[in-house]
Design a protein around this ligand. Structure first.
Ligand code: 8YV
Length: 337
C-alpha cells in the first residue's frame, strides 16, 4: 500500500517558505540544527524514506547508496553541481538523481564578476583600510592604485550557462572574451559575445590576464589549472574560481602568487575540510588573495528558487514522470557549467 504522504528527508535547513511548502506536501523531516549529517545519521534518517534531499555537504558515495533503504528512489540535490554524489552507483541501484540548474546562473555570475574585479581593483584591501579606526590618509593621486579592467583579456574555462552569463557581464565591463571547453560554440554565440575560442587550454591561459573557471568537477577537469598550466599564465595574471576547488592545484597557485608570478586570486571555493590552505590565508592577509566562503549562489531569491526546483523534481518523479532536472551518469561528476 502506498503511503498518502511520501517521506522526504532533507539533510540541511532550507529557506522557511520551502520547508513550509515541503511540510504541507510531504511527510518531511528537516535538519533544524543544520549541522551536516554523518553517513550513519543520514542512513538512519533515510529509513523508510522515499526521497532524500541532499546538498554539497553530503558525501553520497557508493557505500552510502548501498546502505539506503529500498524505499528510497530519488536523491533530489539542492544545488547545481552534484560531484558529491556517485551518480553511477545511484543509477545502478535504481535511484534517480536530480539537481537544480539554471535558477542560480545569474546570481553566481554576479558573484563571479565581483571576484573578477576584486584583485585588480583592490576591493577587499580598500574596504579593510577603513575598518581599523575609521580613519584613512585621505585621497591621494598615487594611493591605492589598482589596474584597469577595461581592455583586459578574460579567459573563461567552460562557456556553459554560468560561463556565458559571466561573459555577458564582462563584455559590459569592456573585457575581451576568450574561452575554452570541450565544444566550440556556434558562430552566432561567439559573435554575440565577441568571444574567441581556444582549442587548447594552455594557449588560452598564456594569452589572458584573468582566468575564471566555470566548468564542473569531472575526471577530465580535475586540476585543469595544474601547476604546469598555472606557470604558463602571463606574469601578473589573476585566477578566479567560483566553481569547484578540485579544478585548481591550490598549493601551486599559492606558490605562484607568493613568488610574484601571478598577481593574485579570488576564490569562492577551496579545500575546506582541513581549513583554508594556510599559505592562501597568509596571502589573503597580504591582500594578494580574496577568499569568500562559497557564496556564489547565496541569495535568498536564488535559494528559494533552488528549493522550488527541488519540489518540482520530487513531485514530477512521484507522479510517475521523468523529473525535469534528471542527472544521468555520463562520466560527468558535476554540472556547475
Ligand atoms: C550551491 C553550488 O548552493 O549549486 C552548486 O553547484 O556550488 C552552490 O552554490 C551548493 O552546492 C548547494 O548544494
Amino acid at each position: 500500500m502506498t503511503r498518502a504522504r511520501p517521506k522526504v528527508v532533507v539533510t540541511r535547513r532550507l529557506p522557511a517558505p520551502i520547508q513550509e511548502r515541503m511540510a504541507a506536501l510531504f511527510d518531511a523531516e528537516f535538519n533544524e540544527t543544520d549541522v551536516p549529517l554523518s553517513a550513519e545519521v543520514l542512513i538512519g534518517q533515510a529509513r523508510q524514506a522515499d526521497v532524500l534531499v541532499s546538498s554539497i555537504t553530503d558525501r553520497i558515495d557508493a557505500g552510502l547508496i548501498a546502505a539506503l533503504p529500498p524505499s528510497l528512489k530519488l536523491i533530489a540535490q539542492f544545488g547545481n553541481g552534484f560531484d558529491n554524489i556517485d551518480v553511477e552507483a545511484a543509477h545502478g541501484a535504481g535511484i534517480t538523481v536530480t539537481n537544480t540548474p539554471s535558477v542560480l546562473t545569474e546570481d553566481t555570475a554576479d558573484m563571479a564578476m565581483a571576484l573578477i574585479l576584486a584583485i585588480p581593483r583592490r576591493l577587499a584591501e580598500g574596504a579593510r583600510v577603513l575598518l581599523k579606526d575609521g580613519t584613512w590618509p585621505g585621497w591621494a593621486p598615487t594611493w591605492m592604485l589598482g589596474q584597469r579592467i577595461g581592455g583586459k583579456a578574460l579567459g573563461i574555462v567552460g562557456l556553459g550557462r554560468i560561463g556565458t552569463a559571466v561573459a555577458r557581464r564582462a563584455r559590459a565591463f569592456g573585457l575581451e572574451i576568450h574561452y575554452c571547453g570541450r565544444t566550440r560554440k556556434p558562430p552566432q554565440v561567439e559573435e554575440a559575445l565577441n568571444a574567441r575560442y581556444w582549442a587548447s587550454v594552455e594557449e588560452m591561459l598564456a594569452h589572458v590576464d584573468i582566468v575564471s573557471l566555470h566548468t564542473p568537477h569531472t575526471r577530465e577537469t580535475y586540476n585543469i589549472l595544474s601547476a604546469e598550466r598555472l606557470k604558463r599564465m602571463k606574469k601578473g595574471a589573476v585566477v578566479v574560481n567560483i566553481a569547484r576547488p578540485e579544478l585548481v592545484d591550490e598549493a601551486a597557485l599559492a606558490e605562484l602568487i607568493a613568488s610574484g608570478h601571478l598577481l593574485g586570486a579570488a576564490l569562492d571555493v577551496f579545500e575546506h575540510k582541513k581549513g583554508v590552505n594556510p599559505q592562501l590565508l597568509a596571502l589573503a592577509r597580504e591582500n594578494k588573495v580574496v577568499l569568500t566562503p562559497h557564496m556564489g549562489s547565496a541569495t535568498l531569491e536564488g535559494r528559494i528558487e533552488m528549493g522550488e526546483t527541488v519540489i518540482v523534481n520530487i513531485r514530477t518523479f512521484l507522479d510517475g514522470h521523468t523529473p525535469p532536472h534528471r542527472v544521468l551518469p555520463e562520466g560527468r561528476l558535476g554540472t556547475n557549467a
